[in-house]
Design a protein around this ligand. Structure first.
Ligand code: GLV
Length: 330
């Protein structure tokens, strides 16, 4: 493959490294116990033709202006809000990603968080650690059941569908959803398309599965929480910046909503003294939606395949900005 060099921004798995090497590409891996700073990333990327990167690598205007020579950026992940896509497209740099590799894994985390919150699981677990498991108190720490409740999906895409299937199958939950426009994905779930306001007022559980963009940034704020039921559970496994953390804490403290399950926070990492971590009806995880052997293996394979196919056949199986590869010479 004409001595093409790929920079891999951290030790992902060995799978992508093997696949890329077997395809005849030269690879460099950042193998330190910390991520590269942006300056380090820029400095190294300058010496390579392709970049294999992930969510915490900042591929913004500054990066792209200094590394406009890159022939492909391959993101290990389904979200790509760390990459300035319009700018990469303007520069003619194709961006690959790994949709569907982590769909089941992330839906499991959303489903698990919903149940954990409904039964105060994380809080009760902490009680044992603190030596507070004493005697049976019939009225204490009561959770709520999910059977026949209404699930409101904000962003019914691949992961939202899998969350909805789990909730329907396990608890016969009624599914309502809000997207920019109705989607045929809803038909099999008999999911009802509703406007944002109705999603908030009717749902017993609101689960976020949208991408982060200018339209979704900060949408779950004080006003949105104030429309939700006092008995409702808020679940976010998409991006922390879709909710306003200050407003969420206030909504929980004032009983405006009942509980929250988060796999994503704003900012990440969440600091250990964050008040959310002490709340009874809250469960927080450190962004582990895709953390299964199966999902991470498939992400590595797909992200490597995007690069290999690009150099071999001038195509990228999973591409964000297909307009960049038309007529491109590599
Ligand atoms: C994970 O959050 C991803 O977008 O892949």
């Amino acid at each position: 493959m004409n001595n093409k060099k790929v920079l891999i921004s951290r030790m992902f798995s060995d799978i992508e490294a093997e696949l890329l090497k077997d395809a005849g590409l030269f690879i460099t891996r950042w193998n330190k116990e910390r991520p590269m700073t942006q300056d380090e990333l820029i400095e190294k990327a300058k010496l390579h033709n392709a970049l294999f990167c992930t969510l915490s690598d900042k591929i913004d205007k500054k990066f792209l202006s200094e590394c406009s020579h890159l022939e492909i950026i391959s993101q290990y992940g389904v979200g790509y809000d760390n990459i300035d896509i319009p700018e990469a497209t303007r520069l003619g740099i194709p961006v690959g990603y790994t949709p569907d590799a982590l769909t089941e894994a992330t839906a499991d985390i959303a489903f698990g968080l919903m149940i954990a919150v409904s039964r105060k699981m994380f809080f009760m677990h902490k009680k044992i650690i603190k030596g507070e498991w004493d005697y049976f108190k019939p009225r204490a720490n009561l959770g709520m059941e999910l059977k026949d409740k209404t699930l409101g999906i904000y962003g019914l895409g691949r992961i939202g569908v899998k969350m909805a299937e789990r909730c329907k199958g396990a608890y016969n939950m009624k599914i309502i959803y809000h997207n920019r426009k109705p989607t045929p994905k809803a038909d099999e779930l008999q999911a009802e398309y509703v406007d944002f306001n109705t999603l908030l007022t009717r749902s017993d559980v609101v689960s976020l599965h949208c991408t982060l963009n200018e339209e979704t940034k900060g949408v779950f704020n004080k006003e949105a929480f104030s429309k939700m039921k006092p008995s409702s559970i808020f679940v976010n496994t998409s991006r922390g910046m879709v909710h306003n953390e200050h407003d969420l804490i206030e909504a929980l403290n004032t009983g405006t909503i009942w509980g929250a399950g988060l796999d994503v926070t704003n900012p990440e990492p969440m600091q250990p003294d964050n008040p959310l971590l002490q709340m009874e009806n809250v469960a927080v995880l450190p962004h582990i939606g895709s953390a299964t052997i199966e999902a991470r293996t498939e992400m590595a394979r797909m992200a490597a395949e995007n690069i290999i196919e690009f150099y071999k056949n001038k195509r990228i199986p999973h591409i964000v900005n297909p307009e960049t590869i038309k007529n491109r010479q590599v």
